[in-house]
Design a protein around this ligand. Structure first.
Ligand SMILES: [Zn+2]
Length: 97
């Protein structure tokens, strides 16, 4: 047993496999972090629930990943159009980003 006695066997195996790092941000998990098991290829795309298809992510990283995966390309194009059409006054103060 490692230093995560409260986690179940699957999570323990994933921690070992990923060297206790979040695959998304590359940071080590701490005991305060909330971890979630993520399917690298969604089950809806026919991928099985195997260890090779699982990774551990921070809960907040999992949220970001899920949100990015749900943005479809058309929305991104519309977003670009919107930002192009902003008049310059409204962009003031954003230049240093
Ligand atoms: Zn993370």
């Amino acid at each position: 047993m490692g230093s995560y006695p409260e986690t179940n066997n699957r999570v323990g195996k994933l921690l070992k496999k990923r060297k206790s790092k979040c695959t998304y941000c590359g940071q080590y998990f701490t005991t305060e972090d909330i971890m979630e098991v993520d399917h690298i290829i969604p089950k809806s795309q026919g991928e099985k629930n195997t260890m090779n298809n699982l990774q551990l992510l921070h809960r907040h990283c999992h949220d970001v990943k899920t949100r990015l995966a749900n943005i479809d390309f058309k929305e991104v194009q519309d977003f670009n159009k919107v930002t192009e059409n902003l008049d310059e006054d409204r962009c003031e103060g954003l230049n240093d980003i």
